[in-house]
Design a binder for this molecule. Structure first.
Ligand code: THU
Length: 135
């Protein structure tokens, strides 16, 4: 799947986001190396801390299905589900990406299929802590 298709998958998934507290809706579409795509959205909670981000929702769905190799993730979001800016992954989600992805994993932050910025995981999380640190 190309970048535009991955972004489209993220944008189409955005209305499903469950964000009644912050009203900030986020959606992600994760491309596995085998070509499959897993979407995810943020799921908030009245107790706040159980909230899970869109990126981690997508990753955990994919990892639960046995996927371990990933190419790229498209992320979009905005207040009341209206995309007005690029939405960058939070630090916790970057660390989850680090667990399963190499430095060249691509993070696409999109306003639309044509308007997006992209960074490698190494660009978003330099000097990271990972499995190799523990060896
Ligand atoms: N959120 C995400 O889904 N992904 C991020 O990387 C940043 C934050 C969500 C969590 C919460 O539901 C809302 O955005 C406001 O923080």
């Amino acid at each position: 799947m190309d970048k535009a298709g991955l972004i489209r998958a993220a944008i189409e998934n955005l209305p499903n986001s469950y964000a009644p507290y912050s009203r900030f809706h986020v959606s992600a579409a994760l491309l596995c190396r085998d070509g499959t795509v897993y979407t995810g959205f943020n799921i908030e909670n009245a107790a706040y801390t159980p909230t899970v981000c869109a990126e981690r929702s997508a990753f955990f769905r994919a990892v639960n299905e046995g996927k371990r190799e990933f190419e790229a993730i498209a992320v979009c979001g905005g207040r009341d589900g209206v995309i007005t800016d690029y939405c960058a992954p939070c630090g916790v989600c970057r660390q989850v990406m680090k667990e399963f992805c190499g430095p060249d994993f691509l993070v696409i932050m999109a306003k639309s299929e044509e308007d997006y910025i992209e960074r490698t995981l190494d660009g978003l999380l330099p000097l990271s802590f990972g499995a190799e640190t523990l060896r």
